[in-house]
Design a protein. Structure first.
Length: 259
């Protein structure tokens, strides 16, 4: 009888151990799933407020973040200088770039363009002096012009006869103009309007017509090739369901220069 009781007790003990072990495993698995975070993509942003901000809550920041969220990813924004950001993205040191013109994949062969645009950028002249821009880019021949280093569309189109100064960012760019170190700067419309408004540079005007309007895109490193169509679809969905327009109203509508 004693032997039978001991055997039953041993089996009962083993059963309890197995039961507790299973419960611990299930609890740990549940806790792990609760604490698990979506994977993160690190994307460089070349825009300035209101498109990209130091706190990463600008218009393009929020568009990219929402689109990535819809495909199960988090966004981490870098703000590297334009040229360095491209090189790092192409080398796979970061995951991509946002706010870039079409065709950069012809130069940086390890980047893939997400085919749905994130927005349009209008490239404009800001200056105190008036300028006749009816000839477009050719209107800048033999002029003193400044723009941000690494902005490929400007490097390609500003006439070689112009005296060109390149800066690292918009603050340096508008400082050159304010200190009369250049006559004309080329910048993106919304960002330029934001700087003029913030610094109360009432003497600096956006000149018309625009030099160019270009669709701007997100590029991902080739290791994320499978995400490209999914991210494009997410951007399309945002434009259909109204969330994209709500972000436009939140970030850009107060900076309109239509007058």
């Amino acid at each position: 009888m004693t032997s039978k009781l001991f055997s039953y007790s041993l089996r009962s003990h083993r059963g309890r151990v197995i039961y507790y072990y299973i419960m611990v495993v299930l609890l740990c698995s549940f806790q792990s799933s609760v604490n698990a975070q979506p994977p993160t993509l690190v994307i460089n942003a070349v825009g300035q407020p209101p498109l990209n901000t130091k706190t990463h809550d600008g218009f393009m920041d929020e568009v990219a973040r929402e689109a990535l969220k819809r495909i199960g990813y988090q966004l981490e924004v870098e703000q590297l200088p334009a040229e360095r950001g491209l090189r790092n993205a192409n080398n796979g040191l970061i995951d991509g770039e946002m706010g870039r013109i079409k065709g950069l994949d012809n130069i940086y062969h390890d980047l893939i363009r997400v085919p749905e645009k994130i927005m349009n950028w209008e490239f404009c002249i800001f200056s105190e002096k008036p300028i006749d821009l009816q000839k477009g880019w050719a209107s800048l021949e033999e002029k003193n012009v400044a723009f941000i280093n690494g902005w490929k569309i400007l490097e390609k189109n500003v006439p070689k006869s112009a005296t060109i100064t390149k800066t690292r960012n918009s603050q340096q760019l508008f400082s050159l103009l304010k200190r009369n170190r250049t006559d004309f700067i080329i910048y993106e419309r919304w960002g330029g309007n934001a700087v003029v408004k913030e610094l109360q540079l009432d003497e600096i005007k956006l000149q018309r017509p625009f030099l160019a309007s270009r669709e701007m895109f997100i590029y991902l490193h080739k290791k994320h090739k499978a995400l490209v169509p999914r991210l494009a679809s997410a951007l399309v969905e945002m434009k259909k369901d109204g969330s994209y327009d709500r972000l436009i109203k939140r970030h850009l509508i107060t900076l309109t220069d239509e007058n």
